[in-house]
Design a protein around this ligand. Structure first.
Ligand SMILES: Nc1ncnc2c1ncn2[C@@H]1O[C@H](COP(=O)(O)OS(=O)(=O)O)[C@@H](OP(=O)(O)O)[C@H]1O
Length: 295
């Protein structure tokens, strides 16, 4: 059975029943892991926000033996070409096979500002759980700027990038500026998904207290309690918590593209940015009834 999830002009259909592709028998020596492994639609999608620690959450989650996740972002629901040419079966094909007791988690943080992703995910799988990370908006913006300036050497200096030369105000035409206007996007996602279906993590708290935050994630996903203090250790060279694999003792930190040094924003631009984000932050606090240090 199939149903339309786009409007009639777009003619995209998503199967109501999720197909189980690439069925095979697990050859794992661990008795409890034997059985059929199949590729499944994610139980949980980390849908944003970019530069807020999404990679850390998915890598931490992958320590849990009951979690599988693809190696990289799939960016399916924000890519019409993939949807039209390949369809939902292709999306599921990108997932690693999972055993019956395992869940699949995907992270594509650019879904957040692409509101149609909310409708598409809901149409494809209304019960899929969602995780959202939120970072102080100016810090997030600077983090994205650092990434962009590495990829695009001709990018203007930060001040010129965020301030419209014609107006002298924060330039709302810069997409990255508007990504940090969280309330605009959160209100849309909350019009599509009930609040209890979205777990929110404050980025600084994840950086400082990974164990505490990952235990909350574990509970949100109804996973068996697994995370222990030894799974995380502070790496003073990197300035972040890294991971210790429980069964091999090997350690793993995130790559060098995480934790880039940030530029110092001039005081006048900082003031403009603070004024600009204040109303969005106030609205966010109201919508979520949450209190972060920067709200
Ligand atoms: N454990 C650990 N290790 C490394 N980095 C960590 C960690 N926890 C959180 N962070 C913060 O994650 C920021 C990058 O966020 P994302 O992974 O969401 O970026 S991306 O959108 O996937 O590019 C990255 O931002 P920048 O410091 O600005 O690079 C980090 O601050």
């Amino acid at each position: 059975m199939r149903r339309e999830v786009y409007d009639a002009d777009q003619k995209i259909t998503f199967p109501l029943q999720r197909p189980s592709l690439s069925v095979f028998n697990s050859t794992s020596g661990n008795g409890s892991l034997q059985g059929k492994a199949v590729k499944k639609f994610p139980t949980c999608i980390i849908f944003g926000v970019s530069k807020c620690g999404t990679k850390a959450v998915i890598e931490y989650l992958k320590l849990h033996p009951h979690v599988v996740a693809p190696r990289s972002e799939i960016n399916f629901f924000n890519n019409e070409t993939l949807q039209f040419q390949h369809g939902l079966e292709w999306y599921i094909e990108q997932m690693p096979p999972s055993l019956e007791h395992q869940i699949t988690v995907e992270k594509s943080p650019d879904y957040f500002q692409n509101h149609q992703c909310a409708d598409l995910i809901r149409a494809a799988s209304p019960a899929t759980k969602l995780i959202l990370l939120l970072r102080e908006p100016i810090e997030r913006l600077v983090s994205e700027y650092m990434q962009l300036s590495e990829k695009r050497p001709g990018l203007p200096e930060f001040d010129k990038w965020v301030i419209g030369q014609d107006t002298g105000d924060i330039d709302q035409r810069v997409p990255s500026v508007m990504v940090s206007a969280y309330s605009e996007h959160v209100s849309y996602w909350l019009s599509v998904f009930p609040r209890p279906q979205i777990h929110i993590i404050e980025s600084q708290s994840l950086r400082d207290y990974p164990l505490q935050e990952m235990r909350k994630v574990e509970s949100f996903l109804n996973l068996q309690p697994f995370f222990q203090p030894d799974d995380f250790y502070y790496n003073s060279t990197r300035g972040f918590y890294c991971m210790r694999m429980r069964f091999t003792g090997k350690t793993k930190c995130l790559g060098k593209s995480k934790g880039r040094e940030h530029i110092t924003v001039s005081q006048s631009t900082m003031e403009k940015l603070k004024m600009f984000y204040q109303p969005y932050n106030n609205k966010l606090k109201q919508i979520l009834t949450l209190d972060f240090p920067w709200l």
